[in-house]
Design a protein around this ligand. Structure first.
Ligand code: FMN
Length: 330
């Protein structure tokens, strides 16, 4: 059996705060502080539990084991790729930004912030060159908008479901040199699409969790009758999740991106995910389905269902359902 190696997450910082010692914002005792930086140097290169215990055999073995288990539980020692929130941790501190801390404030629509953000000015010294106001083409792209209220009474037609997903598969007749409807860094298409379908919401698809195989244009069963608890979503998003017919989880499969681009592969994968998000939300208009992006959720709670590999990491979620006809409140 392969022994598990644990790696110190490059996104986790340890720090001396006044008298205390902290790791990713949590305080630890002086006896733990005394293990650093050696503990970090050892695990940054990857080490199994036996190696860690051996390296500190002059210390209290029970304490080392307990501390190591705590770091594993906190995701600071890991065997998998870091999730995006951790990868970017520490960026706001560079700018000294105070983030809205209460749940209510974060989720009530802050019209003032939106206004200031979209009318922000980029200062230049070179003057301004006004452009001609060309009217938008009033196609599906123009009609796209977020849908938060879905019709749960009628099932989505099997053809509509297939039509919606068809933008993810290669263009017709190009199996040897597949070309897609969207660009992707290095032509690697590193996003895996997991689809969670609810009971009686999509014609011909039993409830469960699936992986969409774009090359074969089929759903591969991950777990039939899998159940996702709405509480993995923030309160304001729970109703959207409960009423949607299916959810698409965008998961970065970093292996090939990293082979080609190294760490940049992670970032390019996030860009790819945005490209596809737009494509699917416009396709929703084309198929008569509504879509809603979900920016933040407690994916860790449901991750075991997905059976992800070390190289896979969840990036984004899209809720999809039938639009309610004549509904203004979207
Ligand atoms: C990255 C991202 C995250 C989002 N997260 C949420 C969310 O958690 N809940 C929600 O109701 N809408 C979410 N949205 C939808 C935005 O609120 C919406 O796009 C924005 O208000 C503009 O409205 P429109 O899409 O109808 O044009 C998200 C959109 C994006 C692109």
């Amino acid at each position: 059996m392969k022994v598990k190696k644990w790696y110190w997450s490059p996104a986790s910082h340890f720090d001396k705060e006044g008298e205390g010692f902290s790791i990713r914002g949590e305080k630890y005792s002086d006896s733990i502080a005394a293990l650093f930086p050696d503990y970090y140097y050892l695990t940054a290169k990857g080490a199994c539990l036996t190696e860690i215990l051996k390296s500190f055999e002059d210390r209290d073995g029970y304490m080392i084991r307990e501390f190591t288990e705590n770091l594993i539980e906190r995701g600071i020692l890991r065997e998998k790729i870091d999730n995006p929130v951790d990868v970017f941790s520490g960026q706001k501190e560079l700018l000294g930004v105070d983030v809205v801390d209460s749940y209510e404030k974060k989720h009530q629509e802050d019209k003032d912030l939106v206004y200031r953000s979209i009318y922000r000015k980029i200062s230049t010294t070179e003057g301004r060159i006004p452009l001609e106001e060309i009217p938008h083409t009033k196609g599906v792209g123009y009609r796209r908008q977020t849908t938060r209220v879905f019709d749960t009474e009628k099932k989505i037609d099997a053809r509509v479901f297939a039509h919606f997903l068809s933008v993810l598969r290669p263009k017709d007749g190009e199996k040897d040199h597949p070309k897609f409807l969207f660009p992707s860094g290095g032509g690697l298409y590193p996003i895996d699409y997991y689809i969670y379908v609810k009971e009686d919401r999509v014609e011909g698809i039993p409830p469960g969790l699936y992986l969409y195989d774009a090359m074969e244009n089929l759903l591969r069963v991950v777990q039939l009758e899998a159940e996702i608890d709405p509480r993995v979503h923030y309160f304001g998003n729970q109703d959207i999740f409960e009423k949607s017919a299916f959810s698409i989880y965008f998961v970065l499969n970093s292996k090939y991106g990293f082979d080609k681009y190294g760490d940049l592969g992670y970032f390019l994968g996030i860009v790819d995910s945005g490209v596809v998000l737009q494509l699917l939300s416009v396709q929703g208009e084309e198929s008569g389905l509504g879509t809603c992006s979900i920016g933040e959720m407690d994916f860790q709670k449901i991750e075991p269902l997905f059976q992800l590999t070390r190289e896979q990491v969840f990036l984004h979620c899209l809720e999809v359902g039938r639009k309610v006809e004549d509904c203004d409140e979207q």
